[in-house]
Design a protein around this ligand. Structure first.
Ligand code: DGL
Length: 252
């Protein structure tokens, strides 16, 4: 099976990493809209328009399924993308919610939801968790982490300063939703800030679990082929892939 993975930029590689580790697909076609990133600061209509335009890119490949690794796209454009495409389109928010539900039975647990301004403003995570009965939610837009991670800064004083800026008044959470593709790269530091959060919800791991549970995908013995494309600075994206994907990045 051939899967497309769409993200606003480099961040979706954190989801690709999980897909590669679990070898659910023969081939992964990654497209990052690096010319127009970030999406998380844009309005709903712009996010939908950009997402529909990305489908035109995937028309060049005969994909069987499209994963929108981007939380911002998943929050706003899934219905429109599904209507406009002939293959299935899966976002990362529903899998993230399921991952919480599968792991956190105490509905009084403190949950911190992090994401871009647009993702948090959409209320998608908050509404779904409230509907499941979770009562103690803090939703926080933490968009400054995005350029930091893009700069390759995953630890150190700048990140510590930003975490203090965002989290200083937050009660220690039992779970943190990393509701943005970039955040898994600073998950360890975020967890450490709160003296080790028991549960960090990562879109990549959540979607793998979801694809196995809901679609019956299984791990293959063969490694997946990865092809990377971008609307701008493809070389830059390939370089990031080599750093983020570790040994798997060598195959890009
Ligand atoms: N990929 C985006 C997300 O997961 C983060 C970067 C952006 O703002 O485009 O929401």
């Amino acid at each position: 099976m051939k899967v497309g993975v769409f993200d606003s930029g480099v961040g979706g590689l954190s989801v690709v990493k999980s897909l590669l580790e679990h070898r659910l697909f023969d081939e992964i076609i990654y497209y990052g809209d690096t010319a127009r990133v970030p999406y998380g600061t844009k309005d709903k209509n712009t996010i939908i328009r950009y997402s529909l335009e990305a489908l035109e890119f995937f028309n060049n490949f005969d994909i069987d399924l499209l994963i929108t690794a981007c939380n911002t796209v998943s929050a706003y454009a899934l219905d429109e993308m599904r209507e406009a495409s002939r293959y299935g389109v899966v976002g990362v928010i529903e899998p993230g919610i399921r991952a919480v539900q599968n792991r956190l039975s105490d509905k009084n647990s403190e949950i911190l939801i992090t994401g871009t301004r647009a993702t948090i403003a959409s209320g998608r995570y908050q509404t779904a968790l409230q509907d499941l009965g979770y009562r103690h939610l803090t939703a926080m837009q933490t968009g400054l982490f995005v350029p930091l991670v893009e700069e390759g800064i995953f630890e150190g004083p700048l990140l510590n300063e930003m975490m203090a800026y965002y989290f200083k008044d937050i009660p220690p959470p039992a779970a943190v939703i990393l509701g943005c593709t970039h955040f898994p790269l600073i998950a360890k530091e975020m967890s450490g800030y709160f003296d080790n959060v028991p549960l960090m919800i990562h879109s990549g791991e959540a979607i793998v679990e979801y694809l196995v549970e809901q679609y019956g995908f299984t791990t293959s013995s063969k490694e997946s082929q990865l092809k990377i494309f971008a609307s701008d600075n493809v070389e830059g994206l390939r370089k990031v892939a080599k750093v983020w994907l570790g040994e798997d990045g060598q195959r890009v």
